[in-house]
Ligand binder design. Structure first.
Ligand SMILES: Cc1ncc(COP(=O)(O)O)c(C=O)c1O
Length: 471
């Protein structure tokens, strides 16, 4: 039976784990789930184990997890290591604070309020409020909840009572709005995917047509969800024309900036999200471009007080006491009871880097993006599949115009697989029926030379695979 160890002993074990980390871990460890299951014992038993076994498990855990801190991890919307945030994450676990009441999270509450103030100021919500959430998906869910509350306040207590509410997003929106429509009783069939234009942006004319069609069916439009930085190609939906449509029909206007909102830090590139203040709510993930360890995200709301109205209910008998700190109890703005104090790690990293640090990082990544697009456009074997206005680059290896879409798809999937084994983790994605390689630039350490290496690796792998298939 193991003895519980002290915080200091636990810290010593962590130190050992860090000391034993190899200089370079695998960016994309290869075992399949069945292979890993066969080689690793994750069983739990009635008898406890000693710290030696825990150390082995921790080592295996790190060995087999993709090392997302490396520049060669281009696969997802996060990459890199934000050490002040990591420190904040460790301290958060040490405190085990939970964010429902000020009493049990005093400093984290003040930090969360400061973050919300800063985020609102970047977005342009002068009197806004907000609350931190478990991720962009929950933020989008809360936005839809607020829209439902604004449109049908009785739905909170009585349900939808036979009304058909209809929400609108672009056909490039993240799948979390589908989940939100499901969870909120809207029904995923009542989430309309409005066509996007050739740049992947929601088309306002199609939006107006879709709203008119819903009205003609006797349904109740209530929500428009725009995206700032779409998941596959990084497109920014047009805010101003959609805001006019939202005003005309009295609809909630939300911006999902889970990936693209941090562009507001950069004086050079914030124009992509100019007019964000026209929205009613904005989703912002700190665990994507800001590189804060997952999870860290926020829903920002222009009209202060609405979150509390829509989310509050229960808990007064034991938790939310009427005391001098009552207004600081963030739990009443949230759909969660226990909520991790994610504020500290975001605050620590913002304090350490300053807003300028995030701005510099974003400007450097834009420079890498521009370089990447130039290189792709000058390489005869590579083709861009979509405009790259943000930090996503969707391209493919296309050695011949003779190949069918299916052949090109297989070829580019094979390139991703080959690169993974070689230590570059990129993924493939589909956009408007064409499949290519989706490169995500999120790691502050990325340099032009990393882009050159990655593209060269794609071309070499492509040439090899194509030659084999041809021969
Ligand atoms: C545009 C967009 N919105 C929302 C999400 C969901 O965010 P999360 O993973 O934090 O729930 C994602 C995730 O990739 C996204 O790309």
């Amino acid at each position: 039976m193991s003895k519980p160890f002290s915080v200091k002993q636990s810290l010593a074990l962590l130190q050992q784990i860090i000391d034993q980390l190899p200089d370079k871990r695998m960016v994309a460890p290869a075992p399949s789930a069945p292979e890993l299951q066969n080689s690793l014992d994750v069983s739990l038993n009635s008898q406890g184990s000693d710290s030696e076994q825990l150390m082995c498990a921790a080592k295996a855990y790190l060995d087999y997890n993709p090392d997302v801190s490396q520049v060669a991890f281009f696969k997802l919307l996060y990459s890199g290591l934000n050490t002040p945030a990591l420190l904040g994450d460790w301290v958060t676990s040490l405190s085990n604070a939970t964010m429902h009441t000020y009493q049990v999270s005093p400093v984290a509450t003040l930090m969360e309020l400061e973050l919300i103030k800063q985020w609102n100021s970047l977005v342009g919500f002068k009197q806004g409020d907000g609350v931190m959430v478990s991720g962009g998906s929950q933020a989008n869910l809360i936005a839809m909840l607020l829209a439902r509350h604004k449109c049908c306040p009785d739905a909170k207590t009585k349900g939808l009572q036979g009304q058909t509410l209809v929400a609108f997003v672009s056909d490039q929106a993240h799948y979390s709005s589908l989940k939100a429509a499901n969870v909120l009783g809207i029904g995923s069939d009542n989430l309309i995917a409005v066509s996007s234009d050739d740049q992947g942006r929601l088309d306002p004319e199609c939006l107006e047509t879709a709203i008119q069609a819903a009205l003609a069916r006797g349904h109740t439009p209530f929500f428009i969800g725009l995206t700032a930085g779409t998941t596959v190609i990084g497109a920014y939906d047009p805010i101003e024309p959609c805001s006019l449509i939202a005003k005309k029909h009295d609809l909630w206007l939300h911006i999902d900036g889970a990936w693209g909102a941090p562009v507001l830090f950069s004086q050079t590139h914030r124009h992509l999200l100019a007019q964000s203040q026209l929205a009613d709510s904005v989703t912002w993930d700190a665990h994507k471009l800001m590189n804060v360890p997952v999870t860290a995200a926020v829903i920002l709301v222009k009209q202060a007080g609405l979150l509390r109205q829509a989310c509050t209910g229960g808990g007064g008998e034991y938790l939310f006491h009427s005391d001098e700190n009552e207004v600081y109890n963030l739990g009443e703005r949230s759909i969660q009871c226990g909520r991790r104090a994610d504020a500290l790690k975001v605050w620590m990293s913002w304090k350490s880097l300053g807003s300028q640090g995030f701005s510099d990082k974003i400007d450097n990544l834009f420079d890498c993006k521009t370089h990447c697009v130039e290189q792709i456009e000058s390489a005869p074997e590579l083709v861009m599949l979509a405009p790259a206005v943000y930090l996503n680059v969707l391209f493919r290896y296309q050695p011949s115009t003779e190949l069918s879409e299916q052949q090109l798809k297989q070829l580019n999937i094979a390139i991703c697989k080959k690169l993974k084994v070689q230590g570059t983790y990129i993924d493939y994605a589909q956009y408007k029926g064409r499949t290519g390689i989706r490169l995500i630039l999120a790691n502050s350490l990325c340099q032009r030379s990393d882009i050159d290496d990655m593209l060269q690796a794609c071309i070499s792998a492509g040439n090899e695979i194509y030659a084999q298939a041809d021969g």
